[in-house]
Each structure stands twice: as C-alpha cells, then as structure tokens.
Ligand binder design. Structure first.
Ligand code: URA
Length: 191
C-alpha cells in the first residue's frame, strides 16, 4: 500500500470508531488536518464544540489563537499536521479520561507513524502527559526538549489556557521561538 492508501484506510477505519462512549455524543469525529508529510506535528487534547460541529481540529477560539501563534514563527496549516489525543468531543469540554485516551491511542500512534515527523509539539498538559511522560508538569517543563523514538518533542501551553490566562503568553512565545530554532536545526523542508 502506498502512503495515500494507508492514510485513506486509517481515516476510514477511524471514522467508524466506537471504541469508547464518546462516540455516542459526537456530532463528527475529528481526525486531523494539515500536511500529511509535515516535519512538525502538533497534538492537542480533544475536540471542543466548534471542532465537533465542523469535524476539523482547532477551528474554535483556541484554534484562532493557535493559527496566530503559528504565524508568528512563519508556519501555517500547510506546513504542520494537527491531531488530538482523542478524536471525539468530551461532553462539556471536560478532560478526556485516561480510558478514553487509551481507547483512542492507536489512531494517534498510526497518525504519528504515517506523518513520521521530526518534531512533535504537545499543546497542553493532557497531550504532554500522554505523549512525553505521565508525570509531565506543564508549568515547570514547557519549552524543554525530549527525544522520543528519535523525534524531538516539546510541550507548550494549550491555546485555551492562554485565552484564560494571558500572563502565560510571554512563556508560550519563548516556547515558539525555541520551536523555530529546533525546526531550523532538525528540519530540511519546513522553512
Ligand atoms: N482544543 C484541542 O485540544 N483540540 C482541538 O481540536 C480544539 C480545541
């Protein structure tokens, strides 16, 4: 199977997922968006209201902020791939439960394997704990680089957290600068 066929198969398998109870309340499953050959992959937490309605990650208020954050370092959705820890909206935007993340994990792992990014950026605590390490402390460890399976991984604040608490924005900006530097060092096709 070529890459396109593998992506089509993955998207088709995932679209019918009934692996946890979140499937019962979703409007749309939110698979992922962006460049399937990106060197940089962003991982969020899970769909919110707008994402559930439109079936696309980060299209609500947090998504607008994410787009401006990407723009600050010369990126846009054509240069990155964006996915979430869980593909269906948790009711009332609560945190996805560990069992829901577990049930959804294989989809994310297959997306990571197909994109094969050089760099993974976790958006917020939930993604950082799922992808980097279970005891990740976002306030202390945001902006730090970890190497996992040969990929450079970092977490920064979730855009929703930056909307709630703008005092975190200067720290997030430093993380973005660190990302730009890492892209220059580790990637060959992004800039
Ligand atoms: N928050 C997330 O973590 N992911 C989305 O897709 C939207 C909001």
């Amino acid at each position: 199977m070529n890459k396109k066929e593998q992506w089509d198969l993955l998207a088709r398998d995932c679209a019918g997922c009934r692996g946890c109870a979140l499937c019962q309340t979703r409007t749309n499953l939110v698979f992922g968006v962006g460049n399937p050959e990106a060197e940089v992959m962003l991982i969020g937490e899970g769909p919110g209201e707008q994402e559930d309605l439109q079936g696309v990650p980060f299209v609500g208020p947090a998504g607008k902020l994410l787009d401006s954050m990407l723009e600050m370092i010369g990126l846009d959705r054509s240069k990155v791939y964006i996915a979430n820890m869980v593909k269906c909206r948790p009711p009332r935007n609560r945190d996805p439960q560990p069992a829901e993340q577990q049930a959804c994990r294989a989809w994310l792992d297959r997306q990571i394997a197909l994109v094969d990014p050089r760099i993974i950026v976790c958006l917020g605590r939930i993604a950082a704990m799922g992808v980097i390490k279970e005891d990740f402390r976002i306030t202390r460890e945001h902006g730090q680089w970890f190497t996992l399976d040969g990929r450079r991984c970092m977490a920064t604040f979730h855009p929703s957290a930056l909307l709630r608490d703008p005092t975190k924005r200067p720290d997030a900006f430093m993380d973005l600068r660190a990302l730009r530097k890492e892209i220059r060092e580790s990637c060959s096709r992004t800039y």
